[in-house]
Design a protein around this ligand. Sequence first.
Ligand SMILES: Nc1nc2c(ncn2[C@@H]2O[C@H](COP(=O)(O)OP(=O)(O)OP(=O)(O)O)[C@@H](O)[C@H]2O)c(=O)[nH]1
Ligand SMILES: [Mg+2]
Length: 207
Amino acid sequence: MSNGSKALNNFFKNNKFIGSFESYKDIKQIENVNECCFVGRSNVGKSSIINALTRTKNLAKTSKTPGRTQSINIFLINQNINLVDLPGYGYARISKVMRDNLSILIQEYIENQINLIRTYVLIDSKVGIKNSDIDMLDLLSNSDRMFSIIFTKVDKCSKSYLSDLEHSIGSLMKSYKKFFNSFFFTSTKKFQGIIDIQRDIYTLSKE
Ligand SMILES: Nc1nc2c(ncn2[C@@H]2O[C@H](COP(=O)(O)OP(=O)(O)OP(=O)(O)O)[C@@H](O)[C@H]2O)c(=O)[nH]1
Ligand SMILES: [Mg+2]
């Protein structure tokens, strides 16, 4: 297990919870702070990734039960970049009204948030890409948003499986050429691939 870079860890250790917002209009806009957000199906590991990046256990609330995060949670890193934990999509076992409200919240955020400079779309390696993920990629490209893909929970998969996955989703990315940035393979359990995302976000914070 890598301990990562000390300088990067210090950068991410300087973190502050800004707030939890159930409606888009309530979000406090912070001028001159770039933002990156984490989206993906319910239970894919969004909150876990934010905790791994900041090396905290509970900054973002995680759960074994899908549908845990039902609001937009914003964390300010080093006073110059926000990490945004969005609710999960595609979870069937919540009411339709709730599901509709959450997708409206996600969509409003993606379409309107001015400082949003990168979206990380999380895909559970074992589950692969679903129609709801394609809908998200379409929303991002229609909103002119740059995105990267984070494959989560790689500890559950073999190397050859992951290489096939990279190949097939790599082909799909040809349709999103203008907006697709890069792939990351991660495990928060094994602390794998986290430093690469830390570096990416650090670079974005300088833009
Ligand atoms: N094996 C394994 N499990 C993981 C990993 N990352 C997260 N999990 C587990 O996946 C479950 C969901 O993680 P969360 O981080 O709460 O997922 P989320 O995407 O924030 O979920 P919602 O807020 O419900 O949308 C938890 O039980 C985590 O412990 C990983 O890298 N490997
Ligand atoms: Mg969550």
